[in-house]
Write a protein that binds this ligand. Structure first.
Ligand code: BMA
Length: 937
């Protein structure tokens, strides 16, 4: 073995032991690292890193500019249409080659490829989501060997598959404004890599996950799955699945022993086994005695995320070979409640999750790939995004079906942060082929991915696809020309293939046919419901771009909203990395080029006009900055209005049975590149105003006012770990906080909670939460409130109206002349508490009395913790949407985009990189709404 191979093998073994828990007594040769990459006519021959793609190889070799820069997605279209080959040499020792089985393990080949060892074909791939294992022993030799992976352009392959397919499998091509490629549904590849309505087309080729050689004489463990169950007597059991690969050279069975141990417990299991290449897996259940003292895994802000390590080892009979695999798992139960809402069964079915028996409102968003080039979606970046989600009280995330099954790092972090994953299978917004080779490939994909994910406590649900049930029912792709054909294809793919595998592999979490879906009703109606968007069943996706998004009455009342969103622009700072000076205009060609959603920029402008006045700075660049700011205001207000509306409906059912809403996952968490989109986190990690608003609207204790006809109606919403479900005689549900066994401060004592309501002045006893709600009426003109109402309240459900009053009467009492002059401010106990909120009585564009506020950053001081700084602000006038930025310094504020009603306010800046106070001071700027308007000349 050459020096660097030995080093790499060493690194792999070390990596496998420390990171994945794998450990081999047999030989392993890691082939990650530097390869040679070349295109079809060899006009480019460059080094390329594995895992990686040809785009990053070209970029790293200086052959292309940043592919994200300006319209490089179009300029570099040729790259995805060319064929790229990866090759490298490696050295094989006699020791390795004499092993009975020598296999090449490819955890990710993207996508259509032929694999050669020393010019002999040893395997091929057609699915980037499958782990391929090829037998390569006969192709290897002692000494220097060459491995070559020849990829075909995914674009060309998809086109030729579409052409030769007996009928159209729509949609053919994406919306032209996406500048994308066609027929991505014909191949098992990240569907958004051919472009999406928020992302560019970079149809990658390459070895995108680890690749290595393994040699063994007997058997090795490929997968370990776990399933934890709570039995009737309250005891836990752990069911373990072990999937091995067994040598098939000798023709004799392989004897040995399987041992399973759970770290830091007395749990141990052993079993003698006789394995053959066909009889290569086993399942066993360990009953867990009470003495083990199991600690549960809880979602974020509901308790700890206790995790256990399971070590499984196979030892060959002669003791000469040991194969280990370690997986981390947790003890938790998941149930999806879908019983009837009413006794007469006419009002639909519930749709909510119970985790460890506790009904939990899903607060979160949707995850799309963090980068067009998966190799750039590093663990650090994924952590940054998911930590940002947890920091704003999210407890759940849907891994959307047009991207990828995410990395181990992603699920590790979700397990650790308590982010419950709704996992789509990777099919989205399309019909799919159902020829046998496609379905076989899907079968392998689903088997591999489910075995990979099953031990993850964070994964709480599977869903067959993104929006294909709805698309077929609503004829999005003109499938009605032959509905039966496409319907039968749908069944073949999702019912007879995806679900068929899942039901054999993993019934420990719910499987939903699609998202959105009607759940049980969809199944009863033959997997395509009559109305998959029905609010009485399952989940909905709902977008309303042209409605007054600040008015809650425009929103639907579903059981669970798994997608809803509004667009905004990314910050100037983020756009600057990919726009040039001339692009810095709302209506520039570049801003249009990056906008992939039809009429998106026009829609954002229409939204602006409805709510605030359009910024009018004569300076073009400043006006663009101001427009960025107002689009972020619209998005934040829209998502706040819609999300609070969903949370308020937890305990409410309309006369027609809509309500008991138990999930709000907005679209979407983070951008794949710098562009106008629905994301709340910009490419690179910067929080948009929406993300700051999410910290408020997802807070466990929320004051939520809204216009209810002529009244203002104020709800208090409380998400706590101790909730009981009360069933009314008519079968409707009310969620009731249960404080009996938990002291109130515990509920908010979770370290992930920022801005938790200390000083809220609320008290809990038994099943009641009581306190005083303070309501103040202000005019826009002055910092002094007109009037303050102190409203004692007492609530006994998790979401309840505590105040309802005619606004005109309140104005009369307070002395407010007209709605457009005033607004309401609400707090519990302490007006300076971050939980305070406000409610406007008219759109800002009509507000009278607002003045340009002179806001000053009066001081920045270190603390309260390392990397944190206290920023003190002062104002001389009411200031809506106060927006702080630390240009060039990565980090986030504790609050941003707030309404400033006091002359002073402190916020905390948490830096994500080392920074000193003078640098921070220099970087920091502040503005508020009236700063974007200039006197008309
Ligand atoms: C839904 C999603 C995505 C899309 C989003 C915004 O259709 O599932 O496909 O990006 O809406 O349009």
């Amino acid at each position: 073995m050459a020096g660097d191979e030995i080093r790499k093998a060493f690194v792999l073994v070390f990596f496998l032991i420390t990171e994945t828990g794998l450990c081999f007594s047999f030989s392993t040769l890691l082939l990650n690292g530097q390869w040679m990459v070349y295109n079809k006519d060899m006009s480019f021959v460059i080094p390329g890193n594995v895992p990686g793609s040809m785009y990053t190889a070209l970029l790293d070799s200086g052959k292309i500019q940043d592919p994200y820069y300006r319209n490089n997605d179009v300029v570099y279209r040729w790259i995805g249409r060319d064929d790229w080959t990866y090759t490298r040499n490696f050295t094989v020792t006699a020791d390795l080659l004499q092993m009975r089985s020598v296999v090449l393990v490819c955890e990710g080949l993207d996508t259509i490829s032929l694999v050669y060892i020393n010019d002999r074909p040893v395997g091929k791939s057609d699915n980037m989501f499958v782990c391929y294992v090829f037998n390569i022993k006969s192709a290897l030799k002692v000494g220097l060997n060459t491995i070559t992976v020849k990829f075909w352009s995914a674009v060309n392959t998809a086109a030729s598959l579409a052409e030769s397919y007996p009928y159209w499998v729509p949609p053919q091509c994406p919306y032209p404004g996406q500048n994308g490629e066609c027929h991505v549904n014909m191949i098992r590849k990240e569907q958004c890599s051919f472009s999406w309505d928020w992302g560019p087309s970079f149809p990658t080729q390459g070895i995108w996950r680890d690749i290595y050689i393994q040699a063994y004489n007997t058997a090795i463990i490929r997968d370990v799955t776990t399933e934890t169950n709570k039995t009737k007597d309250g005891l836990w059991s752990l069911t373990v699945g072990v999937f091995l690969e067994v040598q098939n050279v000798t023709g004799y069975p392989v004897g040995g022993q399987i041992e399973a141990r759970v770290d830091n417990t007395t749990l141990r299991y052993t079993q003698d086994v006789m394995l053959t290449p066909e009889q290569n897996n086993l399942t066993f259940t360990m009953k867990i005695p009470p003495s083990v003292g199991i600690k549960l895994w809880w979602p974020n802000e509901y308790g700890e995320q206790s995790l256990y390590n399971l070590n499984v080892a196979f030892t060959s009979k002669d003791g000469a070979e040991v194969s280990n695999k370690k997986v981390r798992f947790g003890f938790r139960t998941v149930e999806l409640v879908q019983d009837y809402v009413s006794v007469n069964k006419t009002q639909g079915r519930h749709f909510y999750f119970r985790i460890n028996g506790v009904p939990i409102f899903f607060k979160g968003s949707n995850w799309v790939p963090a980068d067009s080039f998966p190799e750039r979606a590093t663990k650090d970046r994924v952590y940054q995004y998911l930590k940002s989600a947890a920091d704003v009280h999210m407890n759940s995330m849907r891994v959307w079906g047009g991207g990828v099954y995410e990395s181990e790092a992603f699920y590790d972090i979700a397990d650790e942060l308590g982010i419950m994953i709704w996992q789509d299978f990777m099919f989205g917004c399309a019909m799919y082929p159902t020829d046998s080779s496609f379905l076989n490939s899907v079968r392998q994909e689903v088997t591999y991915q489910v075995r990979r994910l099953k031990h993850r406590p964070s994964v709480v649900a599977y869903s067959g696809n993104n929006e294909n049930e709805k698309a077929l029912r609503q004829d999005w792709y003109l499938t009605d020309v032959n509905y039966t054909l496409y319907y039968n294809d749908y069944l073949k793919l999702y019912r007879d293939t995806v679900y068929d595998v899942v039901k054999n592999e993993d019934t420990s979490r719910p499987f939903l046919p699609s998202s959105p879906t009607n759940g049980i009703l969809s199944i009863q109606e033959g997997w395509i419901a009559q109305q998959p968007w029905d609010e009485h069943y399952g989940d909905i996706h709902d977008y309303r771009y042209l409605d007054p998004y600040f008015d809650p009455s425009v929103y639907r009342i579903p059981r669970f909203a798994s997608e809803y969103g509004l667009q905004s622009l990314s910050s100037y700072e983020t756009l600057e990395k990919v726009y040039n000076e001339s692009d810095m205009d709302y209506w520039s060609d570049m801003n249009e080029h990056r906008q992939h959603h039809p009429f998106g920029n026009i829609e954002m402008m229409a939204e602006t006009i409805m709510y605030v006045q359009v910024p009018n700075c004569p300076d073009r660049k400043q006006k663009f900055k101001d427009l960025i700011y107002v689009t972020q205001i619209n998005q934040a207000i829209g998502m706040r209005t819609e999300t609070e509306h969903y949370r308020r409906h937890q305990n409410y059912l309309n006369a027609d049975g809509r309500g008991n809403t138990m999930g709000a996952l907005y679209w979407m968490l983070a951008d794949i590149w710098q562009a106008p989109s629905w994301a709340s986190i910009e490419y690179g990690g910067k929080w948009k105003m929406l993300h700051y608003f999410a910290e408020k609207f997802f807070a466990p204790l929320l004051i939520s006012p809204y216009d209810d006809g002529d009244n203002v109606n104020v709800f208090i919403i409380l998400d706590v770990a101790k909730v009981k479900e009360l069933r009314r005689p008519d079968n409707t549900v009310v969620f009731v906080p249960d404080f009996e066994s938990s002291s109130f401060p515990d509920i908010f004592g979770h370290p992930n909670t920022i801005g938790h309501p200390s000083g809220s002045g609320v008290h809990a006893s038994h099943q009641t939460l009581s306190g005083t709600l303070y309501i103040q009426m202000f005019t826009w003109q002055t910092l002094k409130p007109l009037f303050t109402w102190a409203v004692p309240f007492s609530m006994n459900t998790t979401s309840q109206s505590v105040f309802l009053r005619n606004v005109n009467d309140m104005m009369l009492e307070a002395g407010c002349p007209r709605r457009i002059s005033c607004f309401l401010f609400f707090y519990l106990g302490d007006p300076y508490n971050s939980m305070a909120t406000w409610h406007v009585l008219s759109a800002y564009k009509d507000a009278v009395g607002l003045q340009k506020a002179n806001i000053q950053i009066t001081s920045i001081q270190a603390g309260p913790n390392t990397g944190m700084f206290t920023v003190t602000l002062s104002t001389d006038a009411i200031a809506p949407f106060v927006w702080l930025e630390a240009y060039g310094v990565k980090g986030r504020f504790s609050e941003n985009g707030f309404l400033m009603v006091h002359s002073q306010k402190n916020v905390t800046f948490t830096a994500w990189e080392v920074v000193d106070i003078p640098t921070l001071h220099k970087s920091m700027s502040v503005k508020s709404l009236m700063d974007v308007y200039y006197p008309v000349q």
